[in-house]
Design a protein around this ligand. Structure first.
Ligand code: PLP
Length: 411
């Protein structure tokens, strides 16, 4: 059975071009880039070229503003804890109720350690209210951590504008954005529209580099204390021998993302839109989470009422289709998604949510197959559901009332 991979927000396949670029650094050029002998200089040079490539990808920032890390989680932890440790006089952090756990859980940890954290709410479409952000800014606000696009719904936040507002209110407020789901999809113009962003994080494995490498942009002059302490690597800001092949792979991946960006984006958006419209047409009582908001082009998050997301995933899996019922990190538990709950998605709909996310490697045949299998899976599960009237292919009247009443609790 052919595997149809529709879970690219969890991770992506390593591009053959990326793997080829990495290859020499496992074997002939395996040296430690800090070693003094001539043979090691190719590894040091490779890191230098990679840093320049990532700096170019981020809109032509200075290469010294790029730190290589092991993943977005490390980049985000470094930025958050590093900023807090460097600025003890400021005790307030602003974030959103829908961040990835790599920010959300850190902010909860900061709150436990005595900082005040404002979790900004979102509306039913997952959008932030700019006025709420402005009202949240205080004289002791240290940092705002606002994601660029949500990993579950694909909803985009206007970080360019939010960062500008933060700086105009108080130039000392730091602005961090988690660009893990937008790197390679949206422009990251840190010298242009994003010039007010101080810190930006992403992971290689969401854009066809391997798992185990990420980057953190730290604008020059941004006060943060190092998180990893030890050797002098990364200018003393992130100790530990550099992962040369993976850093080279990350650089090749960002180049690849830029080479054919527009054509790939148009194709992915067309596939996603066809998939989404096809599911809405073929399955009754389905809604798109994030509908009406600006979204990244590859993500479709739908709630199928009256059945469990886990059951759908299980049956899709049996047909070779890989999807997810929330962020990969939380899918091990049956905890309802904090993102959909914050959006006010009714409880039953949160439990019936599935995320389908595409990449440059998906095809029209993948979408055809998903459109063939998904409605069958839903029909099979609804046949077993006490809330569904199989004879009329609609909810039983009493279930509809129940659905309207079961509004999610706010976190
Ligand atoms: N931020 C977002 C928005 C993500 O989607 C993810 C991963 O799913 C992360 C951070 C964490 O990335 P990593 O697991 O590579 O550290």
């Amino acid at each position: 059975m052919r595997t149809i991979y529709l879970d690219n927000n969890a991770t992506t396949a390593v591009a053959p071009e990326v793997r080829a670029a990495m290859e020499p650094y496992f074997d002939g050029e395996f040296f430690n880039p800090s070693s003094a002998y001539d043979r090691a200089s190719s590894a040091a040079q490779a890191i230098k070229r990679a840093r320049a490539a990532v700096a170019g990808f981020l809109g032509g920032v200075d290469p010294s503003e790029i730190l290589f890390t092991s993943c977005a989680t490390e980049s985000l932890n470094t930025a958050l804890y590093g900023a807090v440790r460097a600025n003890p006089a400021r005790r307030h952090v602003i974030t959103t109720a829908v961040e990835h756990p790599a920010v959300y859980e850190v902010c909860k940890d900061l709150a436990r350690s005595g900082l005040e954290v404002t979790f900004l709410p979102v509306d039913r479409a997952g959008r932030l209210d700019l006025r709420a952000f402005i009202q949240a800014l205080r004289p002791d606000t240290l940092l705002a951590a606002i994601m660029h696009a949500n990993n579950e719904t694909g909803v985009i936040f206007p970080v360019e504008e939010l960062a500008r507002i933060a700086k105009e209110t108080d130039p000392a407020v730091l602005f961090l954005t988690d660009a893990t789901q937008t790197a390679g999809k949206l422009p990251l113009a840190l010298r242009g529209a994003m010039r007010h962003v101080d810190l930006l994080a992403f992971s290689g494995h969401k854009l066809h580099a391997p798992k185990g490498v990420g980057a953190l942009f730290v604008r020059r002059g941004t006060p943060i204390r190092p998180f990893m302490i030890g050797g002098h690597q990364e200018g003393g800001r992130r100790a530990g021998t550099e992962n040369v092949p993976y850093i080279v792979g990350l650089a090749r991946a960002v180049e690849l993302a830029q080479e054919d960006h527009d054509a790939v984006e148009v194709r992915i958006r067309r596939l996603r839109d066809r998939l989404e419209a096809g599911l809405l047409e073929r399955i009754p009582c389905v809604e798109v989470n994030g509908q009406g908001a600006a979204r990244i082009p590859n993500t479709c998050n739908i709630s199928v009422h009256f059945i469990e997301g886990e059951g759908m995933l299980y049956q899709l899996n049996a047909q070779g289709i890989c999807a997810s019922s929330g962020s990969a990190c939380t899918s091990g538990s049956l905890e309802p998604s904090h993102v959909l709950r914050a959006m006010g998605v009714p409880f039953t709909a949160v439990h019936g949510s599935v995320r389908l996310s595409l990449s440059r490697y998906n095809t029209d045949e993948d979408v055809d197959r998903a459109l063939e299998v998904f409605p069958q899976v839903v029909a099979n599960l609804r046949r077993l559901s006490p809330y569904w009237d199989t004879a009329h292919d609609r909810p039983r009247p009493e279930s509809e009332a129940m659905m309207r009443e079961s509004v999610a609790e706010k976190p």
